[in-house]
Design a protein around this ligand. Structure first.
Ligand SMILES: [Zn+2]
Ligand SMILES: [Zn+2]
Length: 130
């Protein structure tokens, strides 16, 4: 029983790595193809567990379903307003000054998520053709 749970977790984690910032529903779709016996409830529970234990990030994008990210290092996201896709932006985080300023306000920063809004390359192409 324990072993089966571990296996399910592995598959779900693999889905996170394979899919790019998927929603729980997308993870379920992928996992279901690989292993049809894994239930939707299990996928949701395991994803919640990953988020709680810090193995994955839960990304709450305004107006969208929660997305999951196995990359737990603080990083920026580019959010396409057309298709809702999230992509990692390869830029480094804030300067030390930013954190110093936060600390000066007595605020302890535990992490951050920055989101850029716009159009992804695919959607831009589609817009251009329309
Ligand atoms: Zn797009
Ligand atoms: Zn990301």
């Amino acid at each position: 029983m324990q072993e089966r749970q571990t296996k399910q977790k592995q598959i779900i984690y693999e889905a996170l790595q394979t899919l790019d910032h998927p929603t729980a529903t997308e993870v379920y779709g992928w996992v279901h193809n690989v292993c049809p016996t894994v239930s939707r409830a299990t996928v949701f529970r395991v994803l919640g567990g990953f988020a709680a234990s810090g193995r994955a990030l839960e990304l709450r994008v305004a107006g969208n379903e929660v997305r999951y990210d196995y990359n737990t290092m603080p990083h920026y996201h580019a959010h396409c307003r057309m298709c809702g896709r999230l992509a990692d932006v390869g830029v480094k985080g804030f300067s030390e000054e930013t954190f110093a300023a936060m600390a000066a306000c007595g605020f302890e920063v535990e992490g951050y998520s920055i989101e850029f809004f716009g159009l992804c390359a695919d959607c831009k192409k589609e817009m251009g053709q329309a």
